[in-house]
Ligand binder design. Structure first.
Ligand SMILES: Cc1cc2nc3c(=O)[nH]c(=O)nc-3n(C[C@H](O)[C@H](O)[C@H](O)COP(=O)(O)O)c2cc1C
Length: 216
């Protein structure tokens, strides 16, 4: 145990792969995100669309978990989940949230903060219908975030929905769908030598994006 603590202290990585200057950056952060996302895919980053979502409860207590980004555009960043899950309940009470991407292979981090809204039922249907049947049944089966008796309970529930919805045409449960995080701040972080990293912050002011450099 002591060995692993000593080992942690030896972990030091000097970032040196790239830089991010004001003249390199796009004037619109969605274009900048798009460029970095493409580069993460090209660099074969493991699960490049995996991101941390941080929500805050009505009692101002934060909680974080990994989700998969499913779309992004000028309107925001889209993910899918169970509306009755812990995160769903927190979003219901407090729409402020943050997303975080870490692409270690590129020594990059992107921090996104804004307000979350539910996607329209039509958009959620469209995405739900594109999922494999097993995932559709999984959405019916799991009372996400609730305490359950045992694993068997999930297998039995899956079997029940498997019989109830034979074939590909599984309807979307009302409690499952998309959310869009509408960004107000997006920060692009590029690791640099000597811990003097590049940090460019975009802030939305009356539908215009202001760009500023932050100290590392
Ligand atoms: C790589 C990865 C991807 C995940 N993607 C999703 C996702 O897209 N939607 C989702 O609801 N949960 C996803 N999860 C599970 C969540 O991290 C979390 O366990 C679940 O959403 C329940 O969170 P909550 O109790 O805070 O609501 C993913 C987990 C991992 C590790």
């Amino acid at each position: 145990m002591e060995d692993i603590r000593n080992y942690i202290n030896t972990l030091r990585h000097d970032f040196s792969k790239q830089s991010l200057t004001e003249s390199d950056a796009h004037s619109n952060p969605i274009d900048q995100f798009s460029q970095w996302f493409h580069e993460a895919v090209d660099a074969k980053v493991n699960e490049p669309n995996a991101m941390t979502l941080c929500t805050v409860s009505a009692e101002c207590k934060p909680s974080a978990r990994i989700l998969l980004l499913r779309n992004f555009n000028e309107k925001g960043f889209v993910f899918y989940t169970n509306y009755k899950s812990r995160k769903g309940e927190e979003i219901e009470m407090n729409q402020n949230a943050a997303l975080l991407f870490f692409w270690p292979e590129l020594e990059r981090q992107v921090r996104i903060e804004g307000i979350i809204e539910k996607q329209s039922k039509e958009e959620s249907d469209l995405y739900f219908n594109s999922r494999p049947r097993t995932s559709k049944l999984g959405a019916w089966t799991s009372p996400q975030s609730k305490v359950i008796r045992d694993r068997k309970m999930l297998d039995e529930a899956y079997g029940k929905f498997d019989k109830e919805y034979p074939g590909e045409n599984v309807p979307r449960p009302e409690h499952w769908g998309g959310y869009v995080l509408k960004p107000q701040r997006i920060e692009f972080w590029q690791g640099r030598p000597s811990r003097l990293h590049d940090r460019l912050l975009f802030t939305n002011e009356n539908d215009n994006w202001k760009i500023e450099r932050l100290a590392p």
